[in-house]
Design a protein around this ligand. Structure first.
Ligand code: MN
Length: 736
C-alpha cells in the first residue's frame, strides 16, 4: 500500500526530473493545504481524497508543466469540495493560481446532457472559451484522466456517462491540443465502459498473442537498431508496440474487419536527433522491408494541424506481417506526446514571465494551420478569441450560443419567441436575476414563463444584445399592441415634431396629408404612429421625411402660384397689346415665363429637344414638366379641370449640350440593317443611350432607340438620313 506521503514524494521526484528550479517549498505548502482542507474526505475506492489531487498533479508533472500548474492541480478540487474560497487561494498562493483553480472548478460544474454532434462541438468550444488560461484545460484533462483511471469504483450509470463525455469531448480536445498519449488513454478507458464486450475481446486477443507479439516486436526492433548502428546514427531510440485497443476497435468497425484482418496492428517508432537522420532511417526501413505503396506520409514536410510531425510508412516484414513505422526527432516526439503542453514548456524557457502575450505560441500554432480541417481547429482553439460569443446552458443541458453581453432576454428569445413573450422571471445558476443580467460562459439559465404574462416591455429592445431577440420583441409589439403602439408612436412623433418647430395641423391639413402618406407608403396616420410605436420606424425619421415633403409641396405651390400670376399678367398684357417677352434665367435650357429658377423636367412621353415647339405643365410637387406642343398629353382638352396648369415655356439660348430623345424606325428586315442605322447615328454624332429591336413574324423590324442630340435640326438631319437607308419604311418621334 502506497502512502499519501510516498505519492507526494514521487511527485516531487518527477518534477525534479525536468525542473530542478521548481518552487518545491510552495508546492509542498499547496499539497499540505489541500490535504488539510480535504480532511477526512474519501474517494470511492477507499483512499483519502488527497490522493486524487496528488495523482492529477502527477499527470500534470508528466506533462512537464510549471510550478503554478502543479500547485493549481494540487488545489484543483478545493473550491468545489471544501470551504476554501477563491480569495483564500489568491491570498495564500497567488491570484494566478486562484484563477486557474477557479477555471478548473467552472469546467467541473459544466453539466453535459445532450450528446448530439452539434451540441458536442459547442461544448468543446465552450470549454476553450471558458479556459482563459490554457493550463486550466490541461489540468482539467489530467483530472479527467485520473477519474477515468479510477472509474471502476463508480456506478455503471456514471461509468457510461463519464465515458461518453470523455470520448466525445475530452479525447477530441486532447487530440486538438496534440496530446496523443492522453488521447489514447482517454479513448481506451472510455471504450472499456462504452463497449465492454468488444474491449475485453480485443484485450483478451492481445493477451493470448502477447508472447508472439513480443517476439515479433523485439525481432524488428533489433533489425532496425543494427542498421542504425551501421549508419553511425547514435542515441537513436527504437521501440515497437501493439496499437492501442481503441484504434484497433475503430479500424475493426469502420473497415468491418476482424482483429486478424486489421493489418497494421503493430507500430514502431524510431526517434533520432536530426531531421536528416529521419530520412536516412526511412531509407533503411524501406531497404529492410517492402514498403506498401501509398502508405508513406511525410508529416515533417507537411505537419498536421495540431503541429504533429513525423514520417509514417507501412511495410511488410519477413513473415508477411504489416506494420507501421513512425520516424521523428526527439523534439517532434515531445510535441507528439504532450502537444500543447510541450509548447507551453518551451515557451516558458524562451521568455520567463514574458508579458508579451501568453498566447503568442497559440497564435503561431494557429497561423500554421493550412488545410480544411484547420478552420475548425482554429475555431476550437481560440481561447481569448471567443470574446464575441458566450455559451450558456438550458436547464436540460443544451448549449446555447449567444453574442457576448447577452441577457436572459436574449436567451429566452433564442429558445422560442413564445418563451420570450411570456417570460416572467429568470434564474442564472439557480439564483433569481434581473432581465438585464449579463450571462457568462457556462451559466445555466432558466426562464420562468406564465400564460398571464404581460409580454415584453419596451425597454427590452434596448437591453437585448441579439438582433434575433430585438426583432422578435418588435414583432410582438407590432402584432399585440396596436392601440398602445399608436398612442406611444403619436407621443414620440408629436414631441419630435415640436422640436422641429412644426405644428401638427400642418401635417394633418387635408390638402397635404394624403400626399405625405402616399409618399411614405402608409395607409393612415395611425399606421405611421403604430410603426413608430413598435420601433419599425423612428419618430425622427418620420418627422424629417414629412418636413422635406412639406417643403417640396410648398415650393411647388409657390411655383404654381407664381406661374398662375405670370400667366394672368401675360394674358392681361397681351390683351393690352403691349406684350414683351421677358428674358429670364433658364433651368435646363428652358425659360418658364414669369419664373426663374423653377424645377424643370422633360416629359418622357415625347422627349422634346431644342427647336421643338413646347409647352409646360405645372405638376404637383415637381415643378414644370415640358411637353412637345404636338404631344397628345399636351392637349389641354384632355383634362379640362387642369387647364389652368398649362403655362408658356420656351428654349433659352443657353441650351444644354445634349438632350435624350426617342426615335422609332420601322423597316423591312434584312441583313446589316443595324450596321447601317448605327453608321447614320455615328456620322451624325448622336450617342445611343438605349436600343430595342423587335422583329415580327412577317419580316419587319421595329427599332426603338434613345439617342442624345443637341437640337431639333440635328434630329431632323438624322431622321432624313435614316429614311435614305434602304428598306427603312418609316421614322417617327414617338409621343403620348
Ligand atoms: Mn478532480
Amino acid at each position: 500500500m502506497v502512502t499519501v506521503e510516498e505519492r507526494y514524494e514521487h511527485l516531487e521526484k518527477t518534477i525534479r526530473g525536468y525542473n530542478i528550479s521548481a518552487d518545491f517549498p510552495q508546492i509542498r505548502t499547496a499539497y499540505e493545504y489541500a490535504r488539510e482542507h480535504h480532511g477526512t474526505q474519501m474517494r470511492r475506492d477507499g483512499t483519502p481524497f488527497i490522493t486524487h489531487p496528488i495523482q492529477v498533479a502527477q499527470i500534470v508533472a508528466e506533462m512537464r508543466l510549471d510550478s503554478e500548474s502543479i500547485m493549481a492541480a494540487l488545489l484543483h478540487d478545493c473550491i468545489e469540495d471544501t470551504e476554501v474560497s477563491y480569495e483564500d487561494i489568491a491570498k495564500q498562493f497567488s491570484p494566478t493560481i486562484a484563477d486557474i483553480v477557479d477555471g478548473v472548478t467552472k469546467l467541473t460544474r459544466v453539466k453535459y446532457n445532450s450528446m448530439e454532434e452539434e451540441q458536442m462541438e459547442n461544448l468543446r468550444k465552450m470549454l476553450f472559451a471558458m479556459s482563459k488560461d490554457i493550463r486550466v484545460i490541461l489540468i482539467k484533462i489530467a483530472d479527467r484522466l485520473h477519474n477515468m483511471r479510477t472509474m471502476e469504483y463508480q456506478t455503471p450509470a456514471k461509468q457510461k456517462k463519464k465515458s461518453l463525455e470523455t470520448m466525445e469531448i475530452y479525447a477530441p480536445i486532447a487530440h486538438r491540443l496534440g496530446m496523443q498519449r492522453m488521447k489514447w488513454e482517454l479513448e481506451d478507458l472510455s471504450l472499456k465502459y462504452l463497449d465492454p464486450v468488444a474491449f475485453n475481446d480485443i484485450e483478451a486477443r492481445l493477451e493470448t498473442e502477447k508472447v508472439a507479439h513480443g517476439q515479433f516486436l523485439s525481432n524488428v526492433q533489433e533489425q532496425i537498431q543494427k542498421r542504425l548502428a551501421g549508419l553511425g546514427i547514435e542515441n537513436g531510440t527504437v521501440y515497437g508496440r501493439v496499437k492501442h485497443p481503441y484504434s484497433i476497435y475503430r479500424k475493426m468497425y469502420t473497415q468491418e474487419k476482424t482483429i486478424e484482418e486489421v493489418y497494421d496492428l503493430f507500430a514502431f517508432r524510431v526517434i533520432v536527433h536530426t531531421v536528416a537522420d529521419c530520412y536516412n532511417v526511412l531509407g533503411v526501413v524501406h531497404d529492410l522491408y517492402r514498403p506498401i505503396l501509398g502508405r508513406f506520409k511525410d508529416y515533417i514536410a507537411t505537419p498536421k494541424p495540431n503541429m504533429y510531425q513525423s514520417l509514417h510508412t507501412t511495410v511488410v516484414g519477413e513473415e508477411g506481417i504489416m506494420f507501421e513505422v513512425q520516424i521523428r526527432t526527439y523534439d517532434m516526439h515531445a510535441i507528439a506526446e504532450y502537444g500543447v503542453a510541450a509548447h507551453w514548456k518551451y515557451k516558458q524557457n524562451i521568455t520567463a514571465n514574458g508579458g508579451e502575450g501568453m498566447y503568442e505560441w497559440i497564435r503561431r500554432l494557429l497561423e500554421n494551420q493550412e488545410d480544411a480541417d484547420a478552420e475548425e481547429f482554429i475555431h476550437s482553439l481560440k481561447i481569448d478569441m471567443f470574446s464575441d460569443e458566450v455559451f450558456v446552458f438550458t436547464p436540460r443541458g443544451d448549449v446555447v450560443n449567444l453574442p457576448a453581453g447577452s441577457t436572459p432576454i436574449d436567451f429566452a428569445y433564442s429558445i422560442h419567441s413564445a418563451v420570450g413573450n411570456t417570460m416572467t422571471g429568470a434564474k442564472v445558476n439557480g439564483r433569481m436575476v434581473g432581465f438585464d443580467c449579463q450571462l457568462h460562459n457556462g451559466d445555466i439559465v432558466e426562464i420562468s414563463t406564465s400564460k398571464s404574462a404581460h409580454g415584453p416591455s419596451r425597454d427590452w429592445v434596448k437591453i437585448a444584445k441579439s438582433s434575433e431577440a430585438r426583432s422578435k420583441i418588435r414583432q410582438w409589439f407590432k402584432r399585440e399592441r396596436r392601440e398602445e403602439n399608436i398612442a406611444q408612436g403619436r407621443t414620440s412623433f408629436e414631441s419630435e415634431l415640436k422640436r422641429t418647430g412644426l405644428a401638427i395641423h400642418q401635417v394633418t391639413d387635408p390638402s397635404v396629408l394624403p400626399i405625405i402618406l402616399k409618399r411614405m407608403s402608409f395607409q393612415s396616420l395611425d399606421d405611421m404612429y403604430a410603426a413608430i410605436g413598435y420601433g419599425g420606424y423612428t419618430a425622427l425619421k418620420a418627422v424629417n421625411r414629412i418636413r422635406d415633403e412639406l417643403r417640396q409641396i410648398s415650393r411647388a405651390e409657390a411655383v404654381a402660384k407664381a406661374a398662375k400670376e405670370a400667366a394672368e399678367k401675360a394674358e392681361r398684357e397681351a390683351r393690352e397689346n403691349r406684350y414683351v417677352p421677358q428674358k429670364m434665367k433658364s433651368e435646363k435650357g428652358i425659360i418658364v415665363e414669369g419664373l426663374s429658377n423653377c424645377l424643370v423636367k422633360f416629359s418622357k412621353c415625347c422627349s422634346p429637344v431644342p427647336g421643338d415647339e413646347i409647352v409646360g405643365f405645372i405638376t404637383r410637387g415637381y415643378g414644370v414638366s415640358v411637353h412637345r406642343r404636338d404631344c397628345p398629353n399636351a392637349n389641354p382638352e384632355r383634362c379640362p379641370a387642369e387647364q389652368g396648369r398649362w403655362i408658356k415655356v420656351s428654349w433659352s439660348d443657353e441650351c444644354y449640350e445634349s438632350y435624350n430623345t426617342s426615335l422609332e424606325v420601322i423597316c423591312k428586315d434584312r441583313p446589316n440593317l443595324l450596321v447601317d442605322i448605327s453608321t447614320v447615328l455615328s456620322t451624325c454624332k448622336a450617342p445611343v443611350a438605349g436600343l430595342n429591336i423587335h422583329t415580327t413574324a412577317d419580316g419587319f423590324a421595329l427599332f426603338h432607340m434613345v439617342i442624345s442630340v443637341s437640337n431639333a435640326a440635328q434630329l431632323d438631319q438624322i431622321m432624313r438620313k435614316m429614311y435614305q437607308i434602304s428598306s427603312v419604311m418609316k421614322v417617327n418621334r414617338p409621343a403620348g
